[in-house]
Design a protein around this ligand. Structure first.
Ligand code: C2O
Ligand code: CU
Length: 464
């Protein structure tokens, strides 16, 4: 494990982007003036945005000032080398007050990601130890979409990208003029917050401006988003571009815990665009000019049907599929039940009838193709998340996906559902495989996926 670290040089043409984050407790003031006692990176919630351009080397020096339970950084959805994955007790020791740890990885996945602590993560993430990771396409790279630029400062919580990606020493980035907002949704004490806004974000954008909204769910449960006032496309899911995404309107988008949706549209001429969360909270009001007319209210889309992302977009080739020959198959049956942990009875969230640490480890070999089935027999939704790999969705409830190929890092298995996904084991290490409702993970719904012949010297907390 200790040898599975990131490189020390960027890819040719890339640059090194250095960030320093200090974990510390702080009182954070939201946009309404409301104050929240938080655990933070650099005193802010969300933490400072980590931004890079494809091919850059990202170097993040984490220090812990006073988070007594310890802290790490896990790069959610980013398939970093295992030693950079930020799982205490597995890939590193938790960083205690006064200590530090430096992460290095290549920005080789373009798109919307996020980072969060993985030490007592249910409490740590809930209290604010998370931030955004956005990587934009290098200019001249393949298939520039509406991405990569914007003219807005990151001053009010949403992370507006600047032309060079917003940080570091610059370097060419895809630079379509436009507005690019990263909008993480989080719940603080029952209040829905976008970035650090607990009231609607009011912005303006000239008609014709290409707009990209990067929606990120940092909570434990799904959120429903609606966008009114313009047709739009869902152009990326979990950082990965969709193929042939069609125009959408009057639908609800259910974003799983941990997941990301990127929406793209062209700013309309005379209408205000309204992004609502859970049909009750106004998240963003985007007007063609200051003081433009109203856009209705948050509840307007309450009756809109939910988009089925397994049937959205256009099919395209994939490196493997349902008909491939798989080297291994795993089945996880999720349930709720009584287990024993250290001799004590525990009412746990279980996998195949057991809870962490008694769920057998899945063992794979480098290069294998794995088929992986998740069955939910419980009454709760389980957003399933495998570290270090993205999975291709094969089917849900026996029905093959019929839209764009869907590569996810977090797939939302609702009560009664059966998901079949597949992945190539091509990132050697010891990996967490768990429910991203972090309260469920804390109550047992965690196992490990290990590559043969990889060992770890770390034996601390299990990485919940
Ligand atoms: Cu986003 Cu193991 O986590
Ligand atoms: Cu769960």
């Amino acid at each position: 494990m200790t040898s599975l670290r990131g490189p020390s040089e960027p890819a040719p043409g890339g640059t090194t982007r250095r960030f320093a984050l200090t974990a510390r407790t702080a009182t954070v003031t939201l946009s309404s003036g409301r104050r929240v006692a938080a655990w933070t990176f650099d005193g802010k919630v969300p933490g400072p945005p980590i931004t890079a351009v494809e091919g850059d080397l990202v170097e993040v020096r984490l220090r812990n000032a006073d988070v007594t339970s310890g802290v790490t950084i896990h790069w959610h959805g980013y398939d970093v080398p295992a030693g950079e994955d930020g799982v205490p007790g597995l890939t590193q020791d938790a960083v205690r007050p006064g200590q530090e740890f430096t992460y290095r990885f290549l920005a080789n996945q373009v798109g919307t990601y996020w980072y969060h602590t993985h030490e007592v993560s249910d409490i740590g993430v809930r209290k604010g130890l998370y931030g955004m990771l956005v990587v934009t396409r290098r200019a001249g790279g393949p298939a520039d979409q509406v991405s990569g630029s914007g003219s807005d400062p990151a001053s009010d919580g949403e992370t507006g990208r600047t032309r060079d990606g917003g940080a570091g020493t610059g370097g060419p980035a895809a630079s379509t003029p436009g507005l690019d907002l990263t909008l993480p949704v989080h719940t603080f004490g029952g209040v829905t917050v976008l970035g650090d806004h607990d009231r609607a974000i009011e912005r303006s954008a000239a008609p014709g401006t290409p707009v990209r909204l990067r929606l990120v769910n940092t909570d434990n449960t799904p959120h429903r988003f609606t966008l009114a006032g313009t047709p739009y496309r869902l152009v990326a899911v979990d950082g990965q571009d969709l193929n042939g995404p069609g125009e959408l309107g009057r639908v609800g988008l259910r974003l799983p815990a941990g997941g990301r949706y990127d929406l793209a549209f062209t700013m309309p001429v005379a209408r205000t665009v309204l992004l609502a969360v859970d049909d009750r909270t106004e998240g963003l009001r985007l007007s063609p000019q200051e003081g433009a007319g109203s856009a209705g209210s948050a509840g307007d889309g309450a009756g809109w049907p939910e988009l089925d992302i397994t049937r959205y977009g256009t099919p395209a080739g994939t490196p493997f599929g349902p008909g491939s020959r798989f080297d291994r198959r795993f089945t996880l049956v999720l349930d709720r039940g009584l287990t024993f942990s250290g001799g004590q009875p525990l009412y746990a969230h279980t996998v195949n009838g057991r809870a962490f640490p008694s769920i057998p480890t899945q063992v794979v070999r480098d290069g294998e193709l794995i088929r992986f089935t998740v069955v939910n027999r419980s009454r709760d939704t389980h957003p399933w998340h495998l570290h270090g790999h993205r999975v291709l969705v094969l089917s849900r409830d026996g029905r093959a996906t019929s839209g764009s190929p869907l590569w996810l890092d977090t797939f939302d298995v609702r009560p009664g559902e059966v998901w079949e996904v597949a992945f190539r084991a091509a990132n050697p290490g010891l990996w967490m495989n768990h429910c991203h409702n972090l309260a469920h993970a804390d109550q047992g719904m965690v196992l490990h996926l290990n590559y043969e012949d990889v060992t770890t010297p770390f034996h601390g907390a299990h990485g919940g």
